[in-house]
Write a protein that binds this ligand. Structure first.
Ligand SMILES: NC(=O)c1ccc[n+]([C@@H]2O[C@H](COP(=O)([O-])OP(=O)(O)OC[C@H]3O[C@@H](n4cnc5c(N)ncnc54)[C@H](OP(=O)(O)O)[C@@H]3O)[C@@H](O)[C@H]2O)c1
Length: 247
């Protein structure tokens, strides 16, 4: 399973799963177009991989204008071999507290920007045939939880997109898949745990028969889906959740 000398766009490159994936791909010799908001959080990656890490600070919660940046990357490194959308915002909020603006921002980060970057990167002039697209959904894309109406809706939207896009791009042998993690120990999960008491935290941990995950549990599945080893897998939602969803 080799992803060296390939070109990937990774959102959420500054933290958690996206950062671990970015470092893994750079380490194996690929070029990465990384997107997140805060330059400072990726300074070490910029310094360690000055020739292979192409970073743009972008707020995915607002309308995007990334066409020129995608063309700039392609001119410098060649066409993309894939994209992984790891950016995401967790929201725990009763339905009654949502405003249209709050919902729009959540959808922008978790779904609309994914759709727009996918549209830009997947164009024939921007990406190779046989490329692979992997989008981070969540077990919450299929399961429900009180207080998670907005988050669940954004993650379910990804699953619909994946199935239709897999069919649309099959003639170019481009594959489109989602992965759906359970709780993974990242800043997102740590933030969630600060909002609840210890007994609720333990209850969430106990819902994962194999315990909660680490980024290094998730990255190998993504790199497999990016590689040609997974060339017959498309349109799928692969759960990676330590057994959470089979209970
Ligand atoms: N961790 C879990 O338990 C878990 C479980 C299921 C699914 N997931 C999904 O897995 C993905 C990765 O999660 P994670 O746990 O690695 O999260 P994380 O550590 O919180 O990282 C989130 C990433 O998204 C970026 N981001 C957030 N809002 C953004 C915005 N407005 N504009 C640009 N970038 C933005 C952040 O960058 P900056 O803040 O630097 O801009 C950061 O790089 C997410 O889609 C999440 O929903 C996570």
């Amino acid at each position: 399973m080799i992803n060296s000398n390939k070109n990937y766009l990774i959102t959420g490159c500054s933290s958690g799963i996206g950062k671990a994936l970015t470092l893994s791909l750079l380490n194996s010799g690929s070029n990465v177009f990384g997107i997140s908001r805060d330059n400072l959080k990726v300074q070490e990656i910029i310094e360690e991989y000055p020739d292979n890490f192409f970073f743009k600070s972008v707020d995915l919660g607002a309308p995007l204008d990334l066409g020129n940046a995608v063309e700039e990357f392609v001119a410098k490194y060649g066409k993309f071999n894939g994209m992984v959308y790891c950016a995401g915002k967790e929201e725990t909020l009763p339905l009654s507290m949502y405003t249209p603006a709050k919902l729009a921002e959540l959808f922008n980060i978790n779904f609309n920007s994914l759709f727009e970057i996918f549209r830009l990167v997947s164009r024939k002039k921007s990406c190779e045939d046989m490329s692979s697209f992997v989008f981070l959904s969540s077990v919450m894309g299929e399961l429900g939880q009180a207080g998670k109406t907005g988050y669940c809706a954004t993650k379910a939207a990804i699953l619909g997109l994946v199935k239709a896009a897999a069919l649309e791009f099959s003639s170019r042998k481009i594959r489109v898949n989602a992965i759906s993690p359970g709780i993974v120990d990242t800043p997102m999960a740590q933030q969630l745990f600060t909002l609840i008491d210890d007994s609720n935290k333990q209850a969430i941990i106990d819902m994962h028969p194999l315990g909660i995950g680490k980024t290094e549990d998730i990255v190998p599945l993504i790199t497999f889906l990016l590689s040609d080893d997974s060339r017959w897998i498309t349109g799928q939602n692969i759960k990676i959740d330590g057994g959470y969803s089979v209970k």
